[in-house]
Write a protein that binds this ligand. Structure first.
Ligand code: TYR
Length: 320
């Protein structure tokens, strides 16, 4: 099965700008694509993990990932899909969080000139000149369209600051910059990023007369319609000091029955055939499926040894 069909079969594709072109591009291994990560905390979480797995799948199909750390966009904060106002992050916090992300990402993606690269948008955004930027990029954006963008809808009630309103133009500029400097022709992201990503493809089209593509991945929701990867205590982190491997294991080991197969498809690298074979498992077999899911994910994030330990502890009823 080619990569595009595999992504579709795993339920990962939410929206695409041009289905045929994207299919051709990623199936032939000719895409240089990027995903941006804003350094909002000192550890990655489950949502980031999904994005990194997507990068890995595409890399395995011959495409080249560009991981973008938002050391510049972190100064603004993305209002997309959020109802709360974000507090401004201090420069030293941004830098520290970028370092933490970098270390964790190196465990998932193999970097090296031909394989994958990591960039930080602080390197080009922080040195932009306001007037130059407005003339060069600002002139390409329609405020009317921006106000209609899906990502700002939820912010209408609480208000959107001018600072945050500029976020879209920054992310768009990143895509334009990566297109020119790294031949990056695709951007991926969570579905809440759609408007920001279209901003980029539009900017590239207007300034360079070239096509670039965007695809969003389905946000991981549970059967009750809530974002997954959160517990009463907060996010499920990838840093073992914030969420221990055993807590991480238990999170997946105890998810709702209706969510097991979806998570297997979307998050693990188990072959689809194997997952399909578990489709009608019930009762204690379903419990076994949850354990397989928990083991696979703990192995990906914390390594085989920790996964094994977490599984044994779970069997002995030693829960975190
Ligand atoms: N806006 C993205 C992060 C991002 C930052 C810069 C980009 O160029 C792309 C994506 C998010 O909040 O998840």
């Amino acid at each position: 099965m080619k990569i595009y069909d595999e992504l579709a079969a795993r339920g990962l594709i939410a929206q695409v700008t041009n289905e045929e072109e994207i299919k051709e591009l990623i199936n032939s291994g000719n895409a240089t694509f990027y995903i941006g990560f804003d350094p909002t905390a000192d550890s990655l979480h489950v949502g980031h993990f999904m994005a990194l797995c997507l990068m890995k799948r595409l890399q395995m199909a011959g495409n080249k990932p560009v991981v973008l750390l938002g050391g510049g966009t972190g100064y603004i904060g993305d209002p997309s899909g959020r109802t709360d106002l974000r507090s401004m992050m201090l420069p030293e916090t941004i830098r520290h969080n970028c370092d933490c992300f970098k270390k964790q990402m190196e465990r998932f993606i193999e970097f090296g000139d031909d394989k994958a690269i990591m960039v930080n948008n602080a390197d080009w955004l922080l040195e932009l000149n306001y007037i130059d930027f407005l003339r060069d990029v600002g002139a390409c954006f329609s405020v009317n369209n921006m106000l209609r963008a899906e990502c700002y809808k939820q912010r209408r009630e609480k208000g959107l600051s001018f600072l945050e309103f500029n976020y879209m133009s920054m992310q768009s500029y990143d895509f334009y910059y990566l297109y020119q400097n790294y031949g990056c022709n695709m951007q991926f992201g969570g579905d809440d990023q759609w408007s920001n990503m279209l901003g980029g493809t539009e900017l590239i089209r207007r300034k360079l007369g070239k096509d670039a593509y965007a695809m969003t991945i389905t946000l991981l929701m549970n059967s009750e319609g809530n974002k997954m990867g959160k517990t009463a205590k907060g996010a499920v982190w990838l840093d073992p000091n914030k969420t221990s491997p055993s807590e991480f294991f238990q999170y997946w080991r105890t998810i709702g029955d209706a969510d097991v197969h979806k998570c297997m498809r979307m998050l693990t690298f188990l072959p689809l055939k194997e997952i399909d074979a578990m489709d009608n498992w019930e009762g204690c077999q379903l419990t076994e499926a949850k354990e397989i899911l928990a083991y696979e994910l703990t192995k990906l994030v914390h390594g085989e040894e920790e996964a094994y330990k977490a599984k044994s502890a779970s069997h002995q009823g030693k829960q975190p």
